[in-house]
Ligand binder design. Structure first.
Ligand code: GUN
Length: 290
């Protein structure tokens, strides 16, 4: 079982050390701002978790809560302010946004150098075509967990189930950059199970509880479950469920992430990692090995 909480704690400890190292020579601590529109309960949970982790590693956390009925132009004006604020080294606008607001207009307005989500078209382009960008946090976290479990990624068969802009597409691009043989499949693909059975590395981000069964998994494969589905247990208590049937997969996989406690904690740690990378680039500091 891959312990995502422990891996995330190690990454945060490393980031905290770096913040401390810079402390005496830098007048500004790394600053991360999070913008939330309205109060979607799931978003509020994420935003609180991000703020807590940011402070814990010694970075400065800034929160901007805008009302549910804020106009797109007011949100874009805040983004321009954050782009120009030298104390903000990275920021993100929590998704989803109210239907009135065009998410692409919002993402396009963010300074790519401060785009710690890695969603701006320039960062997407750099991920695909090479060069120094910022990489989306969840796929980056998945890659770090895969590297911990596998000595060599080059030549491995990697299957990514899911094609979202946040996880599936950047995950496939990252694995290709690692010289894996990458197949992306999704809900409209034929023979999902057959594709999965070929995978040495299987990343599942389909958004369907228990979709991947034990007999879809190649013996010894590394299985990364990005699913976060809300369910209830036998007593009706709320429960977080992955996209992989964990009990079945556990007997077949070589390494597997649980839900919760797998990918989730790595996403926030990688957001702080991106903030550190953005900070160093903006201040002309040497790129840290993290
Ligand atoms: N909502 C769910 N996941 C994410 C994410 O990675 N970034 C942002 N900004 N919003 C999200």
């Amino acid at each position: 079982m891959i312990d995502g909480r422990a891996a995330a704690a190690r990454l945060r400890a490393r980031l905290r050390d770096l913040v401390m190292e810079f402390g005496p020579t830098q007048d500004l601590a790394p600053g991360l701002a999070v913008v939330q529109v309205g109060d979607n309960p799931a978003s509020s949970v994420y935003v609180r978790g991000k703020a807590r982790a940011t402070v814990e590693v010694g970075m400065k956390s800034m929160e901007h809560k805008l009302p549910e009925d804020v106009s797109e132009s007011a949100l874009l004006a805040l983004i321009r302010r954050l782009n120009d604020d030298p104390a903000v080294h990275g920021f993100l606008v929590q998704l989803p946004l109210p239907a009135r607001i065009r998410p692409q207009a919002v993402v396009d307005a963010i300074d790519p150098a401060k785009d710690v989500d890695g969603f701006h078209p320039l960062n997407v382009g750099r991920l695909v075509s090479g060069g120094e960008g910022l990489v989306p946090c969840t796929p980056q976290g998945c890659l770090m967990l895969i590297r911990d479990s596998l000595d060599r990624l080059a030549g491995q068969e990697a299957v990514v189930l899911g094609r979202s802009n946040i996880v599936g597409k950047p995950m496939a691009a990252l694995l290709l950059r690692e010289d894996c043989t990458v197949t992306t499949i999704h809900t409209k693909s034929r023979d999902l199970a057959q594709h999965c059975r070929r995978a040495d590395i299987l990343v599942v981000a389909a958004g369907r509880a228990g979709l991947v069964r034990g007999d879809w998994i190649k013996p010894g494969a590394v299985v990364i479950d990005v699913g976060m589905n809300r369910g209830v247990d036998a007593d009706g208590k709320p429960l977080l469920l992955g996209d992989v049937d964990f009990d079945e997969a556990m007997d077949v996989a070589g390494a597997i992430t649980p839900v919760p406690g797998g990918v989730g904690p790595m996403t926030i740690a990688c957001l702080l990692r991106n903030t550190m990378i953005a900070y160093c680039r903006q201040r002309g500091l040497p790129a840290p090995e993290i």
